[in-house]
Design a binder for this molecule. Structure first.
Ligand SMILES: *Cc1c(COP(=O)(O)O)cnc(C)c1O
Length: 231
C-alpha cells in the first residue's frame, strides 16, 4: 500500500472510532482531504485510494490544480479566505465555499456563478474565539448573514464552518466546538434545513466529531507536513 492509502485508512478509522465514541453513525461525517500545497499527482493518488472531496486555500494554486485534474470526478471545496478580486475564479471553478463571512462576497459569488453550473454550495464561517481581525463572522451576527445568503439565487447554503484556535485538551476543544454547533442549531431552529457543520482538522477531529461535526477537513494526517509556500 502507498503512504497515502495507509494515511487515508488511518484517518477514516479515526473518524469511525470517534463516531462510535460519540454514539453517532459514521456515515454522518464526510472526510474533506485538504490538498493545499500538494501537487496534482498527489491529489490523483488520493483519488485512486478512494477520496473524492478536496479542500484548497490558495485560489490561484487551486484553479491550476482543478484544471489539470478535470478528467477526474473530484469535488472541490474552497476553505481559504476569498478576496473580492478572487470571487470570479472561485465561482467558476469550485463546487463549495466554506469561508463566506460577508454578504458582499456572497453576492459576488452568486452573480459570478456561471449559468449551467449547479448552485455553489456554501457555508458561513463563524469566529467563536478570535478577535475582530480574525476571519469569520461573530457568532451573534451569523444568523442574520445566513438568512441573507440563503436568499441569493445561485448559492445553496449548506451550513456553518469554523477554524478555532488549537485547544490544549479535548474538553476545551469540545467547549469551543459546542459554540459553533450552537450557531448551526440556531439556524436550523429558524427552519433553515442545514446539513453541514464543517469543523475539525488533523489534530482535533475527535473533539469536533464529539461536538457534532459533519465534515472534517484533514490535511497533514493524509498528505504529511506542508511547506507553507503558496505557489
Ligand atoms: C490547512 C487547513 C486544514 C487542514 O489542516 P491540518 O491540520 O493539516 O489537517 C483544515 N482547514 C483549513 C481551513 C485549513 O486551512
Amino acid at each position: 500500500m502507498t503512504t497515502i492509502q495507509v494515511n487515508l485508512q488511518n484517518v477514516l478509522a479515526r473518524v469511525t472510532a470517534a463516531c462510535r465514541v460519540a454514539g453517532r453513525d459514521d456515515n454522518e461525517v464526510t472526510l474533506l482531504a485538504v490538498s493545499k500545497t500538494f501537487d496534482p499527482d498527489v491529489v490523483a493518488a488520493a483519488h485512486a485510494a478512494g477520496q473524492t472531496a478536496f479542500g484548497e486555500n490558495y485560489i490561484q494554486e487551486a484553479v491550476q490544480k482543478i484544471t489539470q485534474l478535470q478528467h477526474l470526478p473530484l469535488e472541490w471545496h474552497c476553505i481559504g479566505p476569498v478576496q473580492s478580486n478572487k470571487t470570479r475564479l472561485v465561482a467558476q471553478h469550485f463546487d463549495w465555499v466554506h469561508t463566506v463571512d460577508r454578504l458582499k462576497t456572497a453576492q459576488r459569488l452568486s452573480e459570478q456563478r456561471p449559468a449551467g453550473l449547479p448552485a455553489l454550495q456554501v457555508c458561513i464561517q463563524v469566529n467563536v474565539d478570535g478577535g475582530a481581525s480574525k476571519s469569520g463572522v461573530p457568532a451573534q451576527d451569523a444568523l442574520a448573514l445566513a438568512q441573507q445568503v440563503a436568499a441569493l439565487p445561485n448559492l445553496r447554503l449548506r451550513g456553518v464552518m469554523s477554524i478555532p484556535e488549537p485547544a490544549p485538551d479535548f474538553a476545551t476543544a469540545c467547549a469551543v466546538f459546542a459554540r459553533v454547533k450552537a450557531v448551526f442549531d440556531a439556524m436550523n431552529a429558524q427552519g433553515m434545513a442545514l446539513d453541514t457543520l464543517s469543523m475539525g482538522m488533523s489534530a482535533d477531529l475527535e473533539a469536533a466529531i464529539h461536538s457534532g461535526s459533519t465534515m472534517v477537513r484533514v490535511g497533514t494526517a493524509i498528505f504529511g507536513r506542508r511547506d507553507y509556500q503558496p505557489r
